[in-house]
Design a protein around this ligand. Structure first.
Ligand code: DD3
Length: 330
């Protein structure tokens, strides 16, 4: 059903694509360079030694592993990807079937597809820090209550002291990494941004679309720094982001969840664009702030995010949690 809307929008836009194509993210053909990227590389994981499984989920079909690659700590994330409708014909014709059981009208099989239908999305963080390792461990979390004053006296000093690296963000903005993955750029230094697929999205299907818009401005750490001064920037990211996603992925704004995280994973202002219906990690009410709401809140009160109490979850091992505890706030 969800895809019918996208299809209707597509028809209205006068495109002649067929429905299986709608479901597929348009990347392989249009992104010429992307295929080259998929060329075989040296297997950096051949010497991987597993230390421990940090987390795994049979439902999500992924596993997070801590281990070593040539003496360096590494985190490896393996994930089975969704089955794409446009591969079905080939999948059925070119696979071998092993019968597992047959009973009346019911039978189950092990289907062995050709190797290229059998890919596992793999993410490697190496060298991984203690923080990376902890990030993926199952952890108890706590809902924090942060007043504007708490931000100034606890959170801000903590962020500054940690000096979290956003080098990978600067690499994207400076075209030193992921250049060919950029979907759109508005180069304006004040209201400009770069739109590209988040790590988590393999771009093989729009069902789990996940793009991030990263601002060119480097002086905005998070939601807490936003005032009405930033409305032109936020409105620009919102409008252009939605337009580009409609053009390129045939998803109208009514199919998108556009939001900011508080606390963010990295302190350089960015906006998440995910497909409605895809439960992206961190899209729950305790962490996600809809961009549409952020804009309205700033319109009615220029200092909204400086003065309001904000709520967010922290994991038991988060350094910020210890700071709140020390301040007697938990
Ligand atoms: C990150 C949050 C950060 C582990 C992992 C991811 N999208 C990124 C580097 C490049 C990226 C992202 C930190 C780090 Cl798996 C630790 O995310 C990234 N590039 N989210 C893109 N496109």
């Amino acid at each position: 059903m969800a895809d019918n809307t996208a299809k209707r929008e597509l028809d209205a836009a006068g495109s002649d694509e067929l429905s299986p194509e709608v479901k597929r993210a348009k990347t392989e053909d249009e992104n010429g360079g992307e295929n080259g990227k998929e060329a075989e590389c040296e297997n950096v994981l051949s010497g991987f030694k597993t230390s421990s499984v940090l987390r795994d989920s049979a439902r999500e079909k992924n596993i997070f592993i801590h281990g070593k690659v040539a003496d360096q700590d590494a985190v490896v994330i393996l994930e089975k990807t969704p089955i794409r409708e446009d591969t079905l014909t080939e999948l059925f014709t070119h696979s071998t079937l092993k019968l597992v059981m047959k009973n009346d009208i019911y039978s189950t099989y092990q289907l062995q597809p050709p190797p290229r239908f059998n890919e596992i999305k793999t993410t490697v963080v190496c060298p991984a820090t203690e923080k990376h390792v902890k990030k993926y461990q199952c952890q108890e979390s706590y809902l924090m209550e942060e007043t504007g004053d708490d931000y100034q006296s606890i959170t801000l000093p903590y962020i500054q002291k940690q000096g979290f690296s956003v080098q990978w963000v600067y690499n994207i903005l400076e075209k030193k990494a992921e250049t060919e993955r950029i979907v759109y750029e508005d180069p304006d230094p004040e209201v400009g941004f770069v739109l590209l697929p988040d790590f988590k999205w393999d771009q093989k299907q729009v069902d789990d679309l996940y793009l991030i818009a990263i601002t060119h401005r480097r002086d905005i750490k998070s939601l807490r720094d936003l005032t009405s001064e930033h409305l032109p920037l936020l409105q620009n990211m919102f409008q252009k982001g939605k337009e580009i996603i409609l053009q390129r992925y045939n998803l109208p704004a009514s199919k998108l969840r556009v939001y900011l995280h508080y606390q963010p994973s990295y302190y350089h202002l960015h906006v998440h664009f995910t497909k409605l219906g895809y439960e992206a990690p961190g899209c729950g009410v305790e962490r996600a702030h809809l961009l549409a709401d952020v804009i309205q809140n700033l319109q009615s009160d220029p200092q909204y995010y400086k003065t309001r109490t904000l709520y967010f979850p922290l994991r038991a091992d988060d350094g910020l949690l210890s700071m709140f505890k020390e301040a007697g706030k938990l």
